[in-house]
Ligand binder design. Structure first.
Ligand code: SF4
Length: 197
């Protein structure tokens, strides 16, 4: 590693990663957004085919829903000096035989997260988006809905959220506290964190 780059996210190494290539139907193409200045970290699950094609995370209706929950626009969301995105698995993992996207590759987070997280020293809050991210960070025994209900108890470091896919709309209708309590609290936190120097 060249002198002076020890504390930077290893983006070139991540882009060159072939660790689980044999399991990736579309081949390795890590999707992430990393900058040592970032103050908010989003750990999601794994890119879908659209993100794989565009190279941009959350550039779809799920991303629009997530930005709405956070109360931020696209320019803020894609500003790497404010927001970092480090998925549980950084490459598209393919489909399950019965339908639906496969889970994030299990090799990815154990290999990369311990190397990347220390290079994001300004992160004040990590959003855990979806069950894979919640179980990875909070523990395999933690259920997503329970974690979201108890989001306040994971502060100041973590904030669990459901994945913002279209399926979540039904869940949100059944759990109105999410829109009346959780989202306003989240927007306040995000606004405060992004406003800090
Ligand atoms: S999913 Fe992660 S570990 Fe696998 S090739 Fe992509 S970056 Fe490497």
């Amino acid at each position: 590693m060249p002198a002076g780059t020890e504390s930077l996210p290893p983006v070139d190494e991540i882009r060159a990663c072939r660790l689980c290539e044999a399991h990736l139907p579309l081949g390795p193409k890590p999707i992430f957004q990393l900058d040592p200045r970032a103050r908010l970290l989003i750990t999601s699950q794994a890119p879908g085919t659209k993100a794989h094609a565009s190279g941009r995370p959350f550039d779809d209706p799920s991303g629009d829903r997530l930005r709405d929950w956070l109360g931020i626009d696209r320019a803020t969301f894609y500003d790497p000096s404010l927001i970092a995105i480090l998925p549980t698995g950084m490459c598209y993992p393919g489909r399950l035989p019965k339908g639906g996207d496969a889970p994030p590759r299990p090799e990815c987070a154990p290999h990369w997260h311990p190397r990347v997280l220390p290079t994001l020293p300004k992160v004040r809050l990590r959003l855990l988006v979806g069950g894979h991210a919640v179980r990875l960070v909070l523990g395999p025994e933690v259920a997503l809905e329970e974690a979201v209900r108890r989001a306040e108890s994971f502060l100041p470091r973590h904030f669990p959220l459901p994945h913002p896919s279209w399926r979540t709309r039904v869940w949100v209708k059944r759990n109105p506290w999410f829109e009346t309590e959780t989202i306003p609290r989240l927007r306040t936190l995000v606004r405060e964190i992004l406003a800090q120097p």
